[in-house]
Design a protein around this ligand. Structure first.
Ligand code: NCD
Length: 326
């Protein structure tokens, strides 16, 4: 069974959230609409809902993260769950414990949800295959494969500014080769019927046969950025690069960096996005990152509501599936 199937129950409801691939527009719209209804919780005096009261969420992070881990933690807390943060990179994995043993031990602590980030593609899926049936597994980024909650917060942010998807032109720029964010975002945009998805990068930073994902390929930003409504910049993932894929960071900025001049090629009301962490002066100029068209910090805020939505949807379906089989 593929990850796409593993995450659904027999009625096609989301039990885990491992990948955007294979989901329908209905699944994605349910997440986006739920996130929209949860978005206002942060403006209340008491920023909490009782949805996950009595549930325990474990953040299992085998790889560094700031934004994703903290917004998952806040999302769980705003739904009244108890949260455990395990930074495995500095604990048991270092002592040689296998992933399965780590898993069994945390299961023994009677948790209800695992949020997993791992440097290996397929790690969250592996965990979902091996956990007890009442546990929901959310993928918070696995290797170069997928980062589905990031894709959902990206499309949520886009929808809030540009709700007309069929007429939407989106450009994704930079290091697509190493980017799980780009892969998941392309799937989400295609499922939601975005008009045109462009990728702009040097050949060395594009995955093989990227066109098969349903995108148009550009190597020159002067052509690719023309009249787009959304520009998504990606970080140069130096830590994942083997050998010399690039001449130098300054040359990359010269050719691909998002400057005010380049952004002027896009629609005048185009929005600028970046999953973070941003490298100023490498893929994006500070004047653009901090400029009026940037929604980069809005993406971070939106990440909380979107993660709240995904947590309540998956755990709600678990509760229903268990009820039905009882
Ligand atoms: C991304 C990631 O870790 O995949 N960041 C994130 O989750 N906000 C992208 C990156 O590291 O460049």
């Amino acid at each position: 069974m593929s990850a796409a199937h593993l995450q659904l129950d027999r009625q096609g409801r989301l039990l885990h959230f491992l990948t955007v691939e294979g989901l329908t527009r209905r699944h994605l719209t349910e997440i986006l609409d739920t996130a929209e209804s949860l978005h206002g919780v942060a403006e209340r005096q008491v920023k909490k809902l009782p949805t996950l009261h009595g549930k325990t969420v474990v953040n299992l992070f085998f790889e560094a993260s700031t934004r994703t881990r903290t917004t998952f933690e806040l999302a769980a807390k705003r739904l009244s769950a108890d949260v455990l943060n395990l930074n495995i990179a500095t604990s048991s994995a270092v002592k040689g414990e296998s992933l399965l043993d780590t898993l069994r031990n945390i299961e023994a602590m009677q948790c209800d949800m695992f949020v997993v980030r791992h440097e290996q593609s397929g790690a969250a899926e592996f965990i979902a295959r091996h956990v007890k049936p009442h546990i929901a597994v959310l993928n918070a980024g696995d290797g170069r494969h997928a980062h589905p909650t990031q894709a959902m917060l990206d499309v949520f942010t886009i929808r809030r500014h540009k709700p007309d998807f069929p007429s939407l032109r989106v450009a994704i720029v930079g290091d697509l080769l190493h980017s799980r964010v780009a892969r998941s975002l392309i799937h989400a945009l295609n499922i939601l019927g975005a008009g045109e998805i462009r990728v702009i990068a040097p050949r060395t930073l594009l995955p093989a046969q990227v066109e098969t994902l349903g995108v148009q390929v550009f190597h020159d930003p002067r052509l690719g950025l023309r009249e787009v409504d959304v520009v998504v910049m990606l970080r140069l993932q130096r830590e994942r690069m083997e050998g010399a894929l690039l001449p130098s960071e300054s040359e990359f900025f010269q050719r691909y960096g998002l400057t005010e001049e380049r952004l002027a090629l896009a629609q005048p009301d185009a929005i600028v996005m970046h999953p973070g962490p941003i490298n100023r002066g490498v893929e994006i100029d500070s004047r653009v990152a901090d400029g009026p068209q940037s929604v980069i910090l809005e993406q971070v805020t939106n990440g909380i509501a979107v993660r709240m939505a995904i947590m309540s949807i998956t755990l709600g379906h678990h509760a229903r599936s268990i009820g039905e089989s009882a």
